[in-house]
Design a protein around this ligand. Sequence first.
Ligand code: UD1
Length: 366
Amino acid sequence: MPIKLMCIAGARPNFMKLAPLLALLRRNPAFSAILVHTGQHYDEKMSGQFFTDLGLPMPDFNLEVGSGSHAQQTAEIMKRFEPVVLAEKPDAVLVVGDVNSSMACALVASKLQIPVIHVEAGLRSFDRAMPEEINRVVTDAIADVLLVTEESGRLNLRAEGVPPERIHLVGNIMIDSLRLHVEKARHSGILMRLGVNGEPFGLVTLHRPSNVDEPGQLTEIMEALSSIAAEVPLYFPVHPRTRARLDPLRFGAGPMRLIDPLGYLDFLCLMSHSSIVLTDSGGIQEETTVLGIPCLTLRNNTERPVTVEEGTNIVAGNSQDTILAAWEQMKNAPKRGRIPQYWDGHAAQRCISVLQSYFCVKEELN
Ligand code: UD1
């Protein structure tokens, strides 16, 4: 019997991480992969387009949970996921990243004594005000197999007492997706649609609650971005969370162009042609490091230190002064960086190798 692996996707950053893994799992007769979409992100721009762009199979189950407070969303995912697990009886549940869906499904599986595999384990910002940090800590505490993207992940898990045999440095599967799609993405029509004419431009994304939920903080960042936009035009695909708070502030006239969220290929195209990226996203810090594009992270910390130590990332803070200081620093000496170990397009294959040996070992023990 093939090993039945239930893979969870919930929010935008999950789709590019699951796509390379699912493609390999579905070609491997040792595994039978089931895709569950929790519906944490649900509209075409945040979810549907990614299935098309990445060639993801349609989900076998869609829990359609939608939005809500953290407690409501997490609870709703757990309530709707449990009957699916009970009916399907998977051999393991695989979650990626740090979104509410990852933690909720890991909890359900763990309480039903089904092994949990966590891809992108061990990352820590050490900032518990960040909802994702809570999700990371909880998920890692109950995971049975912890697959890490960078050495800091292994060290953090060891410091938290996770036994070394559970931790595997496999590299970055999101970079597998990037490497697979970057050439195709370069031919997306987005540059033409936006009227990009070969002049240098910057790209902005912003959605962290700590940056966008409080109007004073959001204004602080937007003021800094406006100053930068006076020097280099900025394109800003606006996340729905940010859009809901930004409109009344009336930013976006002139050289900063606010646009709708983009699909994977369009975003990758715009990013790979940009001169600088300003973001509070986790994944984009990693993608810019691989593309060799300078990145200013508009936060006070990062859970991905390798992007600073080896890559092109500068943690710029989220006040006007620190952002503009980092901008000057980047202009004078843009970071080039190097590509971290195992961010080579073969991380999904390494995940599969770990899973194969994990299940073989388990069979022998039984
Ligand atoms: C979530 C993740 C975050 C990830 C981000 C990427 C958690 C705790 N946070 O944050 O780690 O980096 O996704 O996007 O899991 N909305 C839409 N359409 C959608 C989805 C959401 O309009 O398809 C709206 C919701 O109604 C809500 C807002 O966007 O008002 C935020 O969505 P939510 O799922 O709460 O979290 P994100 O901020 O997207």
